[in-house]
Design a protein around this ligand. Structure first.
Ligand SMILES: Nc1ncnc2c1ncn2[C@@H]1O[C@H](COP(=O)(O)OP(=O)(O)OP(=O)(O)O)[C@@H](O)[C@H]1O
Length: 801
């Protein structure tokens, strides 16, 4: 770990030097906060001024002032997020022949003083890197690394790691103080929200964080290895380093459920990044927030790649050429398009290789034309009949016979006639109904609803694509959309597309106006240059500027715009708990990031979903064959060694090829097993709670100290009934309660000071992949673990007997 405690020399002397060091650091910290306040005041003043009113000739001035206001708002949000522990570190480089080494203060953001001299270095800057990478074995040019612990704005403690005593100034040799910052951080009570670890990032995590933007990086690691926290720091780092690309295209973090997203939502703002999109798979289809789940059997079917074939077959099934041809009564005539022609028209439309709703225009167009021609032919026959009678009796003069012969060689309808005839036919409701039945305009929701509602279609199309138990997908219309439905809706949206001809016409009209705005915006960039509020990195182009300020409602952040647009291409996507994603979910995620710049975070040993991954290659080789890189995190920062020893037995039984991570903590009591009826849970919960929070009762919302009861599905309701005051389920509010009852699935990614696992045998029996769920449940604990069973402790927990 590279942590070294300073030797205690003389307690009294050490106390004095400690106090002096704290005083010195306090001066620096106060300067940094004063600077933060000044920056805030400046942003607030800009915000108060607000955008100038007016129009017409004042447009340039309005754009300029609106930009300043937007930027001030963003800056204020950024400055607001970094108040806590703004400055957390200091590095001292070794003195050398040229004089004393440089000293840098490291913080959440970079700040400069009035003379533009840096007084705080952004943790992501290259100059800050030694703070994270120096070890006693490889200190580089560092003489010392110091952690500053603040309470509000006050320096309360310093932790030093001295790499080179000789390299420090004479005056500083004495003030070595402290305790290892990492372990102190790890021992703190949980608050229901993940904190950033910017002050204590470890070297293996630093490599993940600073790995290049391009390509797919897989971060594989056991429970508590800091995969999530490292991935979030990586998002902040990439935004800092590739601001120009990523601020425009956006960064998306995909997490397993809404509770988890709430759990991590403070991390990025705390690192000065407020514009990152967070979504579950159930939210990747704009306009929908699917939370319902499916049975394991249906989850497997809906998550499998064959579903892509089924959705495609369902679309093709809605493009019909009737076996007997098309016959419609229109104004007393029976118009006919024969079977062969119907088939040709359908195949011609399909041949366009465009989405269904776009091809439909061609299909309708060609069908109307066929009907119009058929009608003209019928009219002609009617008109010609009397003349033919006369002709047969030899009663037509030669000039008239010649005219008739010439007309026969000409097309029945010229271009204008044809257009008018088609328009007239399209006005006929029967024609519309008939053509809509053959090739309907469809939304993804309609397509899937109608597919699920028809056992016959499911059976027929299921047989076509090799899904034998497709009947399980049958369900009534208006059933709620489930999480596994979302990738299918997305798949359908790809195949159906939208007939956007009306939008395009509007767009063309708007383009002229926008060109004018861009011209103004370009002038603004040239005129304003790089002031404090409008820097070159914040505004990447005149196009973006015009986007932000055209008159379409209030300004939306990149994340907001991206989340509302199914076809948005993100600059980088981070997928957490990625082992849970099904093959179909991967297809959806990959569509959001055509450049394949991704961070995939997870643990194959924790796969709980029946449709989830059993190897990274299984999911990724399809998209980036041989082109993804893997980085492993091996140290467990969450769960103490005594708990990990028992969890490791579970892992060895359910996933013998996986190695549990090495715990860094060796504190806390060993885990316990209790044969206890569920009815007695309240007293156990009460005593555990008092141990982790210092007393009070269930139902309170302590600021610190969290307990989870993680139960099998079979015992879940009984546990809820026994603990009526506890929060229940994966609701975002559950994180604010000191006691929460969860299923294993809901507990994924979270952590608690004390965990009570109820009914381990049930959990093992229910776990679709084996016993991974039990391993997940046990490794949520940061301090205490109790296993509650009904005289049936499974053999793989025998160490607890
Ligand atoms: N460098 C670090 N400094 C301080 N705390 C850390 C560090 N790395 C990880 N932690 C803490 O360890 C705990 C586990 O981290 P995290 O949730 O990111 O792990 P994980 O690998 O995603 O776990 P799981 O797979 O079980 O969800 C968190 O409380 C996190 O803050």
């Amino acid at each position: 770990m590279g942590l070294r405690q300073a030797d205690a020399v003389n307690p009294e002397r050490e106390e004095k030097t400690r106090e002096a060091a704290v005083r010195t650091e306090q001066e620096q910290v106060s300067r940094v906060y004063a600077r933060l306040d000044a920056e805030r005041a400046k942003a607030e003043a800009a915000l108060r001024e607000g955008p100038a009113a007016g129009g017409g000739a004042a447009f340039q001035a309005r754009v300029e002032s609106a930009i300043a206001t937007d930027e001030a708002g963003r800056r204020l949000a950024q400055l607001g997020g970094v108040e806590h522990a703004l400055c957390f570190g200091r590095i001292d480089h070794r003195a050398d022949a040229d004089g004393p080494g440089d000293t840098f203060y490291i913080g959440r953001i970079g700040l400069r003083d009035e003379d533009h001299e840096p007084i705080l270095i952004d943790w992501r800057a290259t100059a800050a890197r030694p703070f994270y990478t120096a070890t006693p074995g490889a200190p580089g040019t560092l003489a010392r690394r110091r952690h500053l612990h603040l309470r509000h704005r006050e320096v309360v403690r310093l932790d030093d790691e001295v790499f080179d005593l000789e390299g420090l100034d004479e005056s500083e040799r004495g003030d070595i103080v402290g305790e290892a910052a990492l372990l102190a951080t790890l021992r703190r009570r949980r608050t229901g929200r993940m904190s950033d670890v910017v002050a204590t990032i470890q070297e293996e995590q630093d490599q993940v964080i600073r790995s290049g933007l391009q390509g797919v990086l897989v971060v594989q690691g056991g429970p508590g290895t800091g995969k999530t926290v490292a991935a979030l720091h990586r998002a902040a780092y990439l935004l800092y380093t590739h601001r120009d690309v990523l601020e425009r295209r956006g960064v998306l973090v995909v997490g397993p459920n809404a509770t988890f997203l709430r759990y991590i939502e403070q991390v990025l703002p705390g690192l000065g990044e407020t514009d990152v999109a967070l979504a579950t798979v159930g939210e990747l289809y704009p306009g929908l927030k699917a939370t319902a789940t499916e049975t394991p059997a249906v989850t497997v079917i809906k998550g499998g790649r064959r579903m892509a074939g089924l959705v495609e077959a369902a679309v093709l099934d809605r493009q019909r050429a009737p076996a007997g041809g098309l016959r419609i009564e229109v104004e007393g005539l029976t118009l006919v398009v024969d079977a062969e022609q119907c088939e040709q028209i359908r195949d011609r439309a399909r041949g366009m290789r465009l989405p269904h709703n776009v091809q439909r225009r061609r299909f309708v167009h060609d069908m109307l034309e066929a009907l119009a021609v058929n009608r003209a032919e019928q009219y002609e026959r009617i008109m010609d009949e009397p003349l033919e009678e006369i002709a047969k009796s030899g009663g037509l003069p030669d000039w008239l016979q010649e005219l008739i012969d010439e007309a026969e060689d000409e097309p029945l309808l010229d271009e204008t006639d044809l257009r008018l005839a088609k328009e007239a036919l399209w006005q006929d409701p029967d024609v519309q109904e008939a053509l809509n039945a053959l090739w309907p305009e469809l939304t993804p929701q309609q397509l899937l609803t109608e597919l699920y509602a028809s056992p016959e279609t499911l059976a027929r199309l299921g047989a076509q694509v090799g899904i034998s138990d497709c009947a399980l997908l049958h369900r009534r219309p208006r059933s709620p959309w489930t999480i596994p439905d979302v990738p299918l809706l997305d798949e359908a949206a790809e195949l159906l597309g939208r007939d956007d001809s009306a939008d395009k016409a509007r767009q063309r009209a708007a383009e002229a106006a926008r060109a004018e705005e861009e011209r103004y915006a370009q002038e603004v960039i040239e005129a304003v240059g790089t002031t404090n509020l409008l820097s070159a990195r914040d505004v990447t182009s005149a196009g973006e500027l015009a986007d932000r300020h055209h008159d379409d409602g209030p300004y939306r952040t990149t994340a907001q715009r991206a989340m509302a647009d199914r076809e948005w291409a993100y600059g980088h996507v981070i997928v957490d708990e990625a082992q849970e994603l099904s093959e179909m979910a991967w297809r959806t995620v990959m569509r959001r990031v055509p450049t394949r710049s991704m961070t995939v975070v997870g643990d194959i040993a924790q796969t709980g979903s029946a449709a989830g991954a059993s190897s990274w290659g299984q999911m990724l080789d399809h998209y980036v064959p041989g082109r993804w890189r893997e980085q492993r995190l091996l140290v467990n920062y969450r769960t103490p060694a005594a708990i990990m020893r028992v969890a490791a037995d579970v892992l060895a039984a359910v996933a013998p090829d996986q190695t549990p991570p090495e715990p860094v903590r060796d504190d806390g009591p060993p885990p316990a097993a209790l044969a206890l009826p569920v009815g007695e849970l309240p007293s156990l919960v009460g005593s555990e709670l008092s141990l982790i929070t210092g007393g009070e009762g269930i139902g309170g919302a302590f600021k610190e100290g969290r307990l989870a009861v993680i139960a099998s599905a079979a015992r879940h309701n009984a546990v809820l009934a026994a603990l009526p005051d506890a929060a229940a389920g994966a609701t975002p509010e559950a994180l604010d309660s000191s006691v929460v009852v969860l299923t294993c699935e809901e507990a994924k990614g979270l952590e608690f000071d004390s965990v009570i696992v109820v009914d381990p045998s049930g959990i093992l029996a229910e776990s679709p992949k084996g016993g991974q769920d039990l391993y997940v449940a046990m490794t949520r604990a940061t301090r205490r673990l109790t296993i509650v069973h009904a005289n049936d402790l499974p053999p793989l927990l025998s160490a607890l007997e």
